[in-house]
Design a protein around this ligand. Structure first.
Ligand code: ATP
Length: 297
């Protein structure tokens, strides 16, 4: 198993400062600072309801933070998710959001739309420029499917894939937008231990492609194996941030989140049962709740 997380770390890719998100009287995220450097894998952990997904939604333009600022490579991000994707941040969702009636390949091609230059007329007329761009996009999409191990399923409908493969497909689709930063929201939820290990290797490989990664996960073994740095959110506030050893041994984290020392829970973390509830339409449910409606898709 790969546990070497050393890599070249350079410029600040993501710089979130003082991010606060209130839903009426509830402060879901409170004054959170977080940065991610190129070459880094950063983990975001915390108990259920700590504000992790809300924070992700603030980073990706799904929510406009009540206060604070999010910069990507030094530029303040526009509060629109498609513009955030075009800027270079891609994400996956806790509740998988694939186009279920499209094939595996088509799902990845959808992810490429921010990087294709051909306009509406070109698409309608299907001229030579469009056909060339279409071929290039398909070739790139197939490379990504190879990368995540799904090339042989290119023509399957995404809804027919097993759950773990749907998660991989979401990652391939996110990579299709050629991001500089990938946000993964519980990428191993519902996976068995073997699938989790494969996902771990996949995330290392993504980092080695030059893409920084910020990952939310409840599986502590996965997080502590993978991440260069881990931030802990509790009740919307950042409690601790540091390398895996620092975070694991911090008494506040043990008390607030782990409940007991990590060493004692490692076996449990490797059990077959997902450490978080089965995926559900949580984001959609939350989106329906005013005033924290999603900004767009
Ligand atoms: N759209 C919304 N409207 C109102 N409250 C919301 C909304 N979205 C999230 N919340 C609340 O904000 C808090 C943080 O929720 P969030 O989903 O961000 O936590 P989380 O750390 O991602 O939890 P989990 O690990 O269970 O996914 C919770 O109390 C949640 O009920």
């Amino acid at each position: 198993m790969t546990t070497d997380t050393t890599t070249q770390q350079g410029e600040t890719v993501l710089d979130a400062r003082g991010v606060t998100m209130r839903f009426g009287g509830l402060t879901a995220v409170k004054n959170v600072d977080l940065h991610v450097n190129s070459g880094e894998i950063v983990g975001l952990i915390g108990p259920n309801g700590a504000g992790k997904t809300t924070f992700f939604n603030c980073l990706t333009g799904l929510y406009v933070p009540t206060e604070g600022e999010v910069r990507y490579k030094g530029t303040v991000l526009p509060p629109k998710s498609f513009k955030v994707t075009a800027a270079g941040i891609a994400r996956t969702f806790q509740n998988i959001r694939l186009f279920s009636n499209m094939t595996v390949l088509e799902n990845v091609l959808v992810g490429r739309h921010t990087r294709t230059k051909e306009g509406l007329w070109s698409a309608l007329l299907r001229g030579p420029g469009f056909k060339k761009a279409e071929k290039e996009s398909e070739a790139r999409a197939m490379e990504l499917l190879e990368f995540v191990g799904l090339a042989h399923k290119r023509d399957h409908l995404s809804r027919n894939l097993p759950y773990g493969e749907q998660r991989k497909l979401e990652i391939a689709r996110a990579l299709a937008s050629e991001p500089g930063l990938l946000l993964l929201d519980e990428p191993t939820a519902g996976m068995n231990p073997q699938e989790t290990r494969v996902t771990e290797e996949l995330v290392f490989a993504i980092r080695d492609m030059g893409i920084a990664v910020l990952v939310i996960e409840h599986d502590m073994r996965f997080i502590f194996n993978l991440c260069d740095r881990v931030a802990v959110l509790v009740q919307g506030e950042k409690l601790v941030e540091g390398d895996s050893a620092t975070v694991q041994s911090d008494e506040r984290v043990v008390a607030a989140y782990l409940g007991e020392p990590y060493e004692d829970t490692a076996t449990a973390a490797d059990s077959d049962a997902p450490s978080s509830p089965a995926p559900q339409a949580q984001d959609e449910d939350q989106a329906a709740a005013e005033p924290g409606k999603e900004n767009d898709r």
